[in-house]
Design a protein around this ligand. Structure first.
Ligand SMILES: Nc1nc2c(c(=O)[nH]1)N[C@H]1C(S)=C(S)[C@@H](COP(=O)(O)O)O[C@H]1N2
Ligand SMILES: [Mo]
Length: 252
């Protein structure tokens, strides 16, 4: 299943289109919002077009096109007492808590993640700071994990809480359900056939291939399903969105 009709309709996209029709400005800053606003098409047709656009795959590359080094950016080591203790035991005690609007909250260990069917993809990472790198990523798809936890109808966004802090602010990011259920959205624990390194986000980081680098949360310790982004961090859906007004929807 890529994205069921029900998910699409209850998801952020439909919420956005509904908001648009209601004259709400929630989607005006997003690509979809702009496309819908500028299209002049009947809303259902425009919505369908936007959805097809959003579910398209990001380009994938061949092994020989990979960058020799996948550079690290932002936090290169969370370096908190808890993270260091966990690293010292190879993340044997690491858990990713899946909670919020789910019927069955769960703590996933690395062993749990590694036992799940994985998707492998060679994609290009684009950072707003003006560099790109092509890498081979593997890990389970996020969508089925959310389904298994019993994602509730009221959920609109998926928030990723990270182990690193910028001062007192934890790094976090969020995506809507269209991206959460996108086939290339994975919880990556392997980069270029090796267990993910600390600089690249060990033990688990998000790959959300249709968006810019800052959306790809590293050092994930909690995944929360929410009805709204208000009240999370500074309320704009991500660390950089809060502190530097980066776009919440960073489509590429
Ligand atoms: N937890 C966390 N995730 C993060 C960041 C960060 O500082 N902390 N930086 C982001 C940015 S701006 C980019 S470009 C990518 C960099 O991923 P890399 O270090 O594997 O190159 O991670 C993103 N995810
Ligand atoms: Mo970035």
């Amino acid at each position: 299943m890529i994205l069921t009709r029900r998910r699409a309709l209850v998801g952020g996209l439909a919420a956005g289109a509904g908001g648009l029709l209601a004259g709400c400005d929630a989607v005006q800053g997003t690509d979809i919002g702009r496309k819908l606003l500028l299209s002049g098409e009947p809303a259902t047709q425009a919505l369908q077009r936007a959805l097809i656009d959003r579910t398209a795959l990001a380009p994938e590359f061949s092994a020989d096109q990979r960058s020799p080094i996948f550079r690290a950016n932002g936090t290169r080591n969370p370096n908190t007492p808890t993270y260091n203790a966990s690293l010292a035991q190879n993340f044997a005690d690491w858990r990713i808590r899946i909670d919020g609007l789910v019927a069955r909250p769960v703590d996933l260990s690395l062993a749990d993640l590694r036992a799940m069917p994985a998707r492998t993809q060679i994609t290009r990472h684009d950072c707003v700071e003006g560099w790109s790198a092509i890498g081979k990523w593997s890990g389970p798809r996020l969508g089925p994990i959310l389904e298994r936890a019993g994602l509730q109808q009221r959920a609109r966004y998926i928030v990723f809480h990270c182990a690193d802090r910028f001062g007192t602010r934890p790094y976090y990011e969020s995506i809507d359900l269209v991206d959460a259920f996108h086939p290339q959205t994975i919880l990556a624990w392997v980069l270029n056939d090796r267990v993910l390194s600390v600089p690249n986000g060990a033990p688990v980081r998000l790959r959300v291939e249709r968006q810019l680098g800052y959306k790809h949360a590293k050092y994930i310790e909690r995944i929360e399903a929410v009805p709204s982004l208000a009240g999370i961090g500074g309320g704009k859906g991500g660390y950089w969105e809060d502190v530097a007004d980066y776009e919440w929807y960073a489509g590429i």
